[in-house]
Design a binder for this molecule. Sequence first.
Ligand code: C2E
Ligand code: CA
Ligand code: CA
Length: 743
Amino acid sequence: MLPKFRELAKVYLTPTIFSLLTWLAGQHAINLQQELWDNEEQSVLSALSKQQASNIEQQLTNSLITTEILAHQVKNNPNISEDEFISIASKLVQSIKSISNLQLLPKGIVTYIHPLSGNEQAIGHNVLFDDMRRKRAMMAIETRSLTLAGPFKTIQGPVAVIGRRPVFIGQGNREVFWGFVSAMISIDTLLANMQFNQLTKNGIHFQLVDLEPSQTTTFAGTDLSDHKNFAEQIINLPGQQWMLRLAKHNEHHTVTIMAANAALAIMCLLIFMVNYYMIRKPLSLSKKIRRQNKQLFQLENLDKESGLGNREHLDRQLKRFFKLTSESPKGAFILINIENYRNYRTLHGQNTVNQLSKLIGERLRYVTHFDDLLAHLGEGNFVVVIADVSNLNEVWLTANRISELLRKTLHINGQTVEPINSLGISIMPEDGKTVDTLLKRASIALSEGRKNNKNPIRIFSEEMESNYIEMVELEMSLKQAVVKEQFILHYQPQYHLESNEIRSFEALVRWQEPNKGLIYPDKFIHILENTDLIQQVGHQIIKQACQAQYTFSNILGENVGMSINLSAKQFHDPNLFSFIKDCILNVGSPPSCFTFEITESLLVDDNLEHLELLNKLRSFGTNIAIDDFGTGYSSLAKLKQLPISELKIDRSFVKELPLNTTDIGITATILTLSKHLDLKVVAEGIENEAQHQFLLQRKCQLGQGYLYNRPLTLSKAAELLYTERARKVKQLSDINQRVAINE
Ligand code: C2E
Ligand code: CA
Ligand code: CA
């Protein structure tokens, strides 16, 4: 939560600060510019106001001079006639444009006005009795000087000022107040003369204020109180003060400032975005890198199928374990192999296999301690490393728990999978400190356990290793032997017990190892079977045996039987039947001379393919014998349905004949049964006369054993057959002789 907040703060705070600073700086610049403009404007305005104020002053002064001229005329001629007044006044009004009219007010009463038109109603007005005018009029008399009245709205209408000059006539003490001469100056006309309207057009507004002490009043222009920049100038007039106020409402600047503000806002936004992007980019990059590092770690350390560690992970963790613990405590390295893993893939597809690995991974997690190390090395090989075990019992218990749990049925994608497992265990540190050695030794234990299917859990021992090495070496030499065809056959004769005649031979394989000499099948047959080399060797054996049968028959002068052992693995060879057929047809002997010995185990699981091959062999004419009969689990009742022609009583039942009552019972049953089923019986391993006699008495027809012959080389067997032939020839001539004598 906290790093996320920090990240957010980093992403948004910095750009915000940057744009805020830009905004402030921009605002400051705009304000400075505005101030500059204001100052400029201010100085222009104050210069202008100064000039205009002096103009007004000038204009008014000029206008008021007319009163002085008039006053002078009255002084000289107090009884001035209307015509005389008009003549003077009209000249004055003409020359001074601002004058609206000129008046004569003897005793304060408006008597003459020029021009009269429009001003008629003012005639007769006594300013000394008018409340509005009286004050100023009295002031003019008192100060004996020109007084400015107004500005006010005149009786005639427009706003105007009236300059009143008191006129005194006479000299010294006889001087008396005559009245007033006055000039009315229309403010509008005054302003128009001064071209104030031009100012307004240029955006300059003005205000004229009468600064009468009691109340200030605006009498021309507009109210400028809401203007920020204005210039004021006092206008000093006779008896009063005005103020001219100029202001400029500069819309051009307002628009510019608004535009500048908008540009600033856009700039701030851009700065925010660029900053955001610049900060965001490395952050998102580092996020991406973190994510990719995680993926890389998973790729490097995790097995995709199961989600457990992989081989590299196991290596690293084990190295760390041994580095961390100086005392090298005991640990167990358990290798678990799921059988048929490859077949599951072939049958159900990769998806199912992935699911299987995943479920096995989950089960392993469930059954182990959280700090045990788990890995999948691929192809159904899982590893559990338990650190810090105090005794082997503990290891056994865990291994058993694992084996049991993994055996439980799984349902994957609609398939039911019942995984079979084998476990090989190596102990740390005795058996090794690296994955390589521990794995090698656990594998040895595992394959050792697999040989004996009863217990799928094995702990490694040194003896296992030497056996294993021996086996591997043997396996390698056997591969060479197959190529070099180092396998030969020995032949053990089978006798007719009653006549002592050789009826047949059993072909028994031997390995002619160039350095070690003759090696017997119990040392190598199982390896050939486990490595599928048996199929190739099987072909060599069948070929040799067929040729031997042909040779033997030629020597004896009659057909001799040949029994050939077939192991269950040879039944997986799809060419077996055609190969046998070709060999027999090649030598030209009748197929009935050949017997194929199979073990009971081949018949136990009702394999249809096996049955089909047996039927083919029977139909072709060859015989099928059950070897080592009585040691397997085939039911006697079933024999009837099988294409069998012969039973070979295992030598373990013959060995203790005629003393062991159980063996007596078994052989008797086999003999009765075979008679019943019309099967030939061969007793194996007859070593002494007592056994021979017992079997003879029980009507066993055929037998083989050391009593008669050990398995013989081809030449020895041939020699035996020559002797046998000679014996037979002699026997025949003896018989013939005896017949001739009797005749
Ligand atoms: P098997 O088929 O039961 O062969 C008989 C074995 O008993 C032979 O051992 C033979 O030498 C031995 N034997 C014969 N008479 C006596 C006796 O009186 N006393 C004792 N103690 N043993 C006797 P061998 O030759 O060592 O063969 C062992 C096994 O190897 C055979 O047992 C057979 O299962 C297998 N084998 C031999 N040759 C072949 C072969 O060509 N192909 C296949 N697939 N297996 C073969
Ligand atoms: Ca045999
Ligand atoms: Ca046998």
